[in-house]
Design a protein around this ligand. Structure first.
Ligand code: ZN
Length: 452
């Protein structure tokens, strides 16, 4: 059963006539000439599909009516890309909640659940549930962080490798380690770098330490980052970090990441997630930090729904959050950094909600981060930009020759798309509509029912 509103013609060779798409996602020499249609940067186009691939993009009206359906201005979008997730944590909420709803509560609850339950089959089944959900939503690529404190890396990375193989051709999967920065001062950090290298992953840490858990910028951060970058460089790995995920303005690690990378002349890619406390710094310090990030070639991913959930939450009975919890994404983009948005956690102690839906993440990011008026090319932050950061050329855009992995919406405009939940989207994979029925939570009952 599928709720999709549209089914493409049988035979796999057709043209979606009179469709609309954001110009900033049309990767074609014709893009600049396409006729504006609707709000934002939307343009009118015909999109031809052949043998599971986008065969050509043409101006709307250029194609003979017999060759395919009139889409009546429906939006056609490329499959989106989720650059920062935690599939190993996902869906444990029924058995491990976060009674305080803040970051400290989340870290404690997750640690307890991990030590009690995260054997390979537990991780595999929850990850599989997440991937089937994301696939039904039209997501084509995902990077997941994997909790990596010993012994978990030895359990989760092999599960990840098997899942990457099982899902090849449907969802491109990448992994990054996550562990406190000070483990890179020990042999465990070297062993972790080896596991990551064997797994073709990204080397990552969080800018917090085991030894000084209360310090927002721990004293080990410079030496830990320097060692992590050396381990990554020696193994040819890219780096993916959790940085300054804090409401405390004393969390100032981002500029240290940039300086460490510049000091070493690090050649790989560096992605920093969260960076929320940067929004609480002075304009001068923000400008200094962004200049250093630009010089170091650092890209940033914001996790708006999770930041809004965790940041500025109080344990006092009566206090309303006073800020949105998100980093200075507009200033970062203006400074020339590559910026993305992503989903982060899903139904775990770091975020009680979520559904692995990047179109929803973009929609919420528009509202939380004001990615509107104008919409400009912000939709690239959920599609083309994360694809490029993951090294997936031609993904997250509409481009002739690439697989026809698309989302077709009934919505004709940004307004219609962002106002209404797109539950009835058609998801095309290799040009054919897939079943968009979501996995039933009941599948996980026996795994995640409260039994701790
Ligand atoms: Zn994260």
């Amino acid at each position: 059963m599928t709720h999709a509103f549209f089914t493409p013609p049988a035979g796999g060779r057709y043209v979606l006539r009179n469709a609309r798409a954001p110009r900033c996602l049309v990767d074609d020499p014709l893009a600049a000439d396409l006729r504006p249609a609707g709000d934002g940067d939307l343009v009118a186009l015909d999109l031809a599909v052949e043998d599971g691939r986008i065969a050509a993009i043409a101006p709307a009206g250029a194609t003979d009516a017999a060759r395919g359906p009139d889409m009546d201005a429906s939006l056609v979008l490329p499959g989106f890309v989720d650059l920062h997730t935690h599939l190993d944590k996902g869906h444990i909420w029924p058995r491990r909640q976060n009674p305080t709803g803040d970051g400290a509560g989340a870290a404690l609850a997750t640690m307890q659940d991990r030590t009690a339950h995260w054997h390979a089959e537990d991780v595999r089944r929850r990850m599989d549930f997440a991937l089937r959900t994301a696939y039904a939503k039209g997501v084509v690529a995902i990077r997941t962080h994997l909790d990596s404190l010993a012994p978990q890396a030895q359990i989760s990375f092999p599960v990840f490798r098997a899942m990457r193989e099982a899902w090849a051709g449907r969802i491109d999967l990448q992994a990054s380690s996550i562990a406190p920065v000070d483990i890179f001062l020990t042999d465990e950090g070297v062993q972790l770098a080896d596991i990551v290298a064997e797994s073709g992953g990204n080397l990552g840490c969080v800018t917090r330490s085991l030894r000084h858990p209360a310090e927002p910028t721990p004293p080990e951060v410079d030496e830990g980052l320097a060692r992590l970058l050396r381990l990554a460089a020696e193994r040819g790995l890219d780096v993916d970090l959790h940085v300054d995920e804090s409401t405390d303005p004393r969390a100032r690690s981002l500029i240290r990441v940039a300086r460490a990378a510049l000091a070493q002349g690090f050649k790989g890619r560096i992605l920093c997630g969260h960076c929320t406390s940067l929004a609480l710094q002075t304009d001068e310090f923000i400008a200094e930090t962004l200049a250093a990030c630009r010089d170091a070639g650092i890209a940033v991913v914001s996790l708006p729904t999770v930041n809004m959930y965790l940041q500025d939450r109080s344990r006092e009975a009566v206090r309303t959050p006073r800020w949105r919890g998100v980093t200075v994404l507009h200033e970062m983009k203006a400074a020339g950094l590559d910026v993305a948005v992503a989903g982060d956690n899903c139904r775990d102690p770091f975020y009680a909600y979520g559904d692995h839906d990047m179109l929803d993440t973009y929609t919420q990011a528009v509202k939380i981060l004001h990615l509107d008026h104008p919409f400009a090319d912000w939709i690239r932050a959920a599609s083309a930009t994360p694809a490029a950061i993951m090294g997936l050329q031609g993904r997250g855009v509409l481009k002739a020759g690439m697989p026809a992995d698309l989302m077709v919406l009934r919505a004709r405009s940004y307004s219609e798309m962002l106002a209404r939940h797109q539950f009835d989207r058609t998801v095309l994979r290799r040009g054919r509509a897939i079943d968009t029925t979501l996995p039933d939570y009941r599948e996980l009952d026996e795994l995640v029912e409260g039994r701790h």
